[in-house]
Design a protein around this ligand. Structure first.
Ligand SMILES: Nc1nc2c(c(=O)[nH]1)N[C@H]1C(S)=C(S)[C@@H](COP(=O)(O)OP(=O)(O)OC[C@H]3O[C@@H](n4cnc5c(=O)[nH]c(N)nc54)[C@H](O)[C@@H]3O)O[C@H]1N2
Ligand SMILES: Nc1nc2c(c(=O)[nH]1)N[C@H]1C(S)=C(S)[C@@H](COP(=O)(O)OP(=O)(O)OC[C@H]3O[C@@H](n4cnc5c(=O)[nH]c(N)nc54)[C@H](O)[C@@H]3O)O[C@H]1N2
Ligand SMILES: [Mo]
Length: 768
């Protein structure tokens, strides 16, 4: 393809409005409208019989794992009529789409023409049905056989001057079995270049928790949530992104539990909730979820937590040491003295200014923390996608440790994970920075030589492509272009590659912004039957609370040409590695064989094949849950952080990029954000009314947005201003439309997570 042609490919969604209507944000989530909305999605996008079949099997013991979020299923009784939520239904309606995307569509539409469509339209084109190739210099994708696809990739990989010139991305839907085989292939090939969506998601949690508690995962179970006396929900919007969490919160509240919410926005799901399975509650308007709402400014969390600990310490002094758990601290922790010295001396008013929460409310929160023993902090992207993302997590841990609220029933850490198997993928070794012990085991069990040099995470991977140091990009799922920061920069990086390959269920923009040659390899989804030579297979996934369970699809695959991700990896390995000691066919023919080797390599998977067949699966070991801290000093560590830098120019605003109620990451289910009162429009800037007034802006004014970072200005055009209850100086927009504004060099210290929740921007009014 010529340079000029390349430039015409639309890297960003079209700058077009869809006709938005704006209402007051809702106070209540779920209820009748959620049911209507999910039924509508099922009926519009799926075959009738399939919809019913799927909804009865979703998240049931022996059924399939919802391909949406990673919220766990109840260990005990599961609701017969449906252990799922509105957004789970949308996720399966999207995957089990009745529409098929066939080769003739690609023959009739050039890549450039397809790129003019919106992400919503691209997603609705239907399931991919056969392998497609875009040959160098051509404008359209065309059919290619599986054999030729594997040969093309294998030859390209073997032509690289070093295995480190290849990058192997993973999105978090990949099953344990596929993820294990994939990383095994990548390491047998010779690189640790395994960037994954976790790098953009909960990496800060992993880093922060490992350093302080010795395990990169949360410590609580679902039962702990039910039993908690106090839940603190920070930087998370469960009503939209983890709707089934609301049922767990409801159970907790029914037993007397209290909820503190720390969020710049009064998210509907956290204010009131109506259980869709309780008709009575539906009539009465549901229950209040949040007992204390703290409207924190964006990235005010470190300041808030420090002020909270200051109040707790003060209270402890006044009440002769009865608030802080000194016995726990003495026996299990290190670093308390240093922490308390810092807390005692903090500039309290600086903390108050930075978080924007009134001292009175902080004291109220401190009273609640002091009064309750069983405390859980839940969090998601509001805390992790910050420059100080790791520090946020460390301060959460400091708070819990002060109260001894870890490793006992009803207490602990709860990072609420995103993709349905993102946690399992990491357990399986999808990680650019693997531990030596893990690599030793791979060598011992498989007879390969595992590379020791750490590989690239997402941000360094983009830079490596940008600088021509990496030339082949392979993605196991996901939408790398649109999910990553600095869209224009990333687009150039991908376009620099000799070959880009995507294993996918649906078409997305990453397939359109391609290397010199590009391949799309269509695969089975979670809901599809997976037939291999040893018979029908199931896979397994690990949820947010470390439970591993099986998942088996029940629908006939939409096309006979689809392969499972496991099979794709095995065939790719055979086409690439000429002299491999691994019997790839043996592993792919029967997934029990993969689980047998996982059991030998990864601790906690003893009797994997047997235990994964138990209804409900099994729990992985979790040291923090038992007060066994696998840190260098064997203790839980208090740590010291400093207040984040909030400096900005007078005319700058702090922007967070968030999800609407009608999307799953870059997959746009629809154009509404019902709970926030936004209808039929995604190109919006939610802004405080007094800020609007001060800037001379009115509702529906059309604006362009710029962000300036290290002397470079980035810009997106055509957004509508809407008034919203958000702290002054803060604004909110949707991901991925504003990803072009997130600078590639703005990432979290230590975890390298792009700072998607604190982008300094300017707002420029246009003439419409
Ligand atoms: N339906 C649906 N479900 C999903 C997803 C989806 O896109 N759609 N995505 C999945 C994935 S991969 C993930 S990671 C999770 C994401 O789940 P969330 O983290 O809940 O998703 P976000 O929309 O990024 O929301 C971040 C929340 O943090 C708040 N916030 C932003 N900045 C700050 C801050 O500085 N401090 C505090 N205290 N709060 C802040 C925002 O107001 C918002 O409520 O959801 C998973 N589940
Ligand atoms: N600005 C900003 N950027 C963000 C975020 C943010 O909050 N703000 N959030 C970040 C977060 S938390 C995450 S997790 C990332 C998400 O980044 P990704 O995981 O890369 O993105 P997704 O949109 O989840 O990927 C969707 C695509 O996955 C493919 N797919 C779906 N199911 C399957 C399957 O079963 N197998 C295969 N092989 N493919 C499948 C489909 O083709 C679909 O188009 O984005 C990050 N980017
Ligand atoms: Mo995520």
């Amino acid at each position: 393809m010529s340079e000029s042609n390349k430039e015409e490919i639309q890297v960003q969604p079209p700058e077009e409005f869809t006709g938005g209507k704006f209402y007051k944000p809702k106070q209540t989530s779920v209820g009748k409208e959620a049911i209507t909305s999910s039924l509508k999605h099922m009926n519009t996008y799926m075959k009738k019989g399939d919809a019913l079949k799927l909804s009865l099997k979703m998240n049931q013991k022996g059924g399939f794992d919802c391909p949406g979020c990673a919220w766990p299923d109840p260990d005990d009784e599961r609701s017969k009529i449906g252990e799922y939520c509105e957004n789970g239904i949308k996720a399966i309606a999207e995957e089990a789409s009745s529409k098929l995307l066939k080769a003739d569509f690609f023959a009739q539409n050039s890549v450039q023409e397809i790129s003019k469509k919106s992400d919503f339209e691209i997603g609705k084109l239907g399931r991919l049905t056969e392998p497609m190739v875009l040959r160098e210099g051509k404008t359209n994708y065309e059919s290619i056989s599986w054999d030729d696809s594997f040969k093309l990739i294998g030859d390209s990989l073997n032509k690289l001057s070093s295995p480190d010139e290849a990058l192997f991305y993973t999105s978090g839907r990949t099953s344990n079995e596929a993820a294990y085989l994939y990383q095994l292939f990548v390491r047998a090939f010779g690189t640790n270049n395994l960037p994954d969506c976790s790098n953009m998601c909960h990496e800060s949690s992993g880093v922060g928790l490992s350093e302080t508690l010795g395990i990169g995962k949360g410590s609580v179970t679902l039962e702990d949530i039910h039993q908690a006396e106090l839940l603190i929900v920070m930087g998370q919007n469960p009503g939209t992104n983890h709707p089934r969490m609301l049922a767990a919160i409801q159970k907790c509240k029914a037993q007397g539990g209290k909820v503190i919410t720390v969020n710049p926005l009064p998210e509907a799901g956290l204010m009131r909730y109506v259980d869709p399975q309780s008709p009575k509650k539906m009539l009465t308007g549901g229950i209040a979820v949040t007992d204390l709402f703290l409207p924190c400014k964006i990235n005010g969390d470190v300041a808030f937590l420090k002020a909270l600990m200051y109040e707790l310490h003060k209270m402890d002094m006044e009440r002769s040491g009865s608030i802080i758990d000194y016995d726990f601290i003495e026996e299990h922790t290190s670093g308390y003295e240093d922490l308390i010295k810092q807390i005692r001396d903090i500039d309290y008013m600086a903390c108050i200014r930075q978080c924007g929460i009134e001292p009175k409310q902080i004291r109220e929160a401190a009273q609640m923390v002091a009064k309750n023993e069983k405390i859980i902090v839940c969090w998601a992207m509001g805390l992790t996608q910050q420059e100080n993302g790791v520090d946020n997590i460390k301060e959460v841990v400091n708070l819990l440790l002060m109260r001894g609220a870890i490793g006992k029933p009803g207490a602990g850490t709860c990072p609420v994970r995103g993709h349905s198997n993102v946690q399992g993928d990491r357990t399986m070794g999808i990680w650019e920075a693997p531990k030596e012990g893990f690599l030793d085991k791979l060598e011992e069990v498989h007879g390969i030589k595992a590379p020791r040099k750490h590989g690239h995470a997402v941000v360094p991977a983009i830079k490596a492509m940008h600088e021509n140091e990496a030339k082949l990009f392979f993605a196991m799922g996901g939408n790398f272009l649109s999910a990553t920061p600095d869209t224009e920069f990333t687009a150039k990086a991908l376009q620099n590659c000799d070959l880009t390959v995507h294993v996918s269920t649906k078409l997305n923009r990453s397939h359109l912004v391609h290397g010199k040659t590009a391949l799309i390899l269509p695969c089975l989804g979670r809901t599809d039957i997976d037939q291999q030579s040893a018979g029908e297979q199931f896979v397994s996934c690990e949820n947010s609370m470390g439970v591993v369970q099986s998942s088996q699809g029940i629908l006939n695959p939409p096309s006979e040409h689809l392969l499972s991700e496991v099979k794709i990896v095995a065939e790719l390995a055979k086409a690439t590695l000429t002299d491999s000691p691994i019997d790839w066919d043996h592993l792919a023919d029967n997934y029990d064989n993969i689980r047998d080797v996982i059991e030998q390599v990864i601790p906690g998977f003893e009797d994997y094949n047997k235990r994964v067949r138990q209804p409900g699966g099994f729990y992985l070991p979790n040291g923090a849950r038992e007060r066994k801290f696998n840190t260098a000093n064997g203790k839980a560590n208090f740590t010291i952080t400093s207040l984040p830098d909030h400096s900005k120019a007078d005319d700058e605003y702090i922007m967070m990029t968030i999800r609407s109620h009608d999307q799953f990451n870059t997959t746009i289910y629809g154009l509404n954000d019902r709970y926030r009162g936004i209808k039929n429009e995604r190109r919006v800037v939610m802004m405080n009314e007094s800020d609007m007034k001060a800037a001379g802006l009115k509702i529906k004014d059309v604006v362009n947005l710029t962000s300036e970072f290290n002397g470079k200005t980035r810009q997106v055009n055509k957004f509508l201003i809407i008034p919203y209850p958000i702290p002054s100086g803060n604004v909110a927009t949707y991901f991925p439309e504003t990803n072009p504004l997130v600078p590639i060099d703005s990432f979290a210290r230590k975890s390298l997570t792009p700072v998607s929740k604190m982008v300094r921007i300017r707002i420029h009014k246009t003439n419409g």
